[in-house]
Design a protein around this ligand. Structure first.
Ligand code: NAD
Length: 250
């Protein structure tokens, strides 16, 4: 198991799915996991479960579409713990519960703005807030959740594909700007992963047949890669984008 003893890690969208699996792995590896999310019930339940197992975690109510909320979350974690070693930018919520269905000429300004704010601007804002703290500490690791949608042009998800492609390039820029400060920044691109986000999506036999491994991914399978990137084992790895999709985009 990867070890995060004495370390503090923030996982946005850490109350469910991929983020939850990352927060659990981080805490079970000896780190203190900060679950930054809007879903207090799920976040509290995760913290309680980890506490019962003897691991350390906390929930922080943070709306990742709100600049002040992000800034306050990062500063308060730093004030309480004196350091931030790891930031996982991962929170996301689809526009009105679904990203599917809109061709480009049907996308409203509100939909575009929502996806941009929750998916891309939040990553910029949290990264901007944490960077000076990591520089002062002498280093850190940032991992951003992008998607294979960053590379595959599929119809009716223009906003989503655009922000995920933006995350990949933002990651590379942060990596170059802060490498000398021992801050690594990488992104992961999951394929289709079994989480609440894809509940109700039409993923029949034909879809499964399009995945060489013949199945959807599990949140833990993405979390394992994120945790590797967070850890010292990835000490010379920065600016990279790792696809985790059972071979679908090969
Ligand atoms: N599940 C997939 O197939 C898949 C594929 C590729 C990429 N991704 C990406 O993985 C990431 C996690 O997705 P998931 O599948 O685990 O989804 P999920 O719905 O299980 O988890 C998303 C979390 O984000 C939180 N969240 C939503 N809006 C928020 C806000 N304004 N502020 C703070 N937290 C907020 C939710 O409460 C939830 O806990 C997302 O960035 C998503 O785009 C998922």
């Amino acid at each position: 198991m990867l070890k995060f003893d004495e370390q503090i890690g923030i996982v946005t969208g850490g109350a469910s799915g991929i983020g939850l699996a990352v927060a659990q792995g981080y805490a079970r590896g000896g780190g203190h996991a900060v679950i930054a999310d809007t879903n207090r019930d799920a976040g509290d339940a995760a913290v309680k479960e980890l506490g019962r197992e003897g691991h350390s975690a906390e929930f922080v109510d943070c709306n990742m579409t709100d600049s002040a909320s992000i800034e306050q979350m990062i500063q308060s974690v730093h004030e309480r713990h004196g350091r931030i070693d790891f930031l996982h930018n991962n929170a996301y919520a689809a526009w009105k519960g679904t990203d599917a269905g809109a061709l480009v000429d049907e996308v409203s300004d509100e939909q575009w703005q929502h996806v941009l704010e929750i998916g891309l601007t939040s990553t910029f804002r949290a990264t901007r807030a944490v960077l000076p703290l990591m520089v002062a500490k002498g280093g850190g690791s940032i991992v951003n959740t992008a998607s294979v949608a960053a590379f595959r042009a599929e119809p009716r998800i223009a906003c989503y594909s655009t922000i995920k492609a933006g995350i990949v390039q933002f990651t590379r820029t942060v990596a170059v700007e802060y490498a000398a400060s021992q801050i690594r920044c990488n992104s992961v691109c999951p394929g289709v992963i079994r989480t609440p986000l894809i509940e109700g999506a039409p993923l029949g036999e034909d879809f499964l047949a399009s995945i060489p491994m013949g199945r959807l991914g599990e949140a833990e399978e993405v979390a394992n890669v994120v945790l590797f990137l967070a850890s010292g084992l990835a000490s010379y790895l920065t600016g990279e984008t790792i696809v985790i999709d059972g071979g679908r985009t090969l």
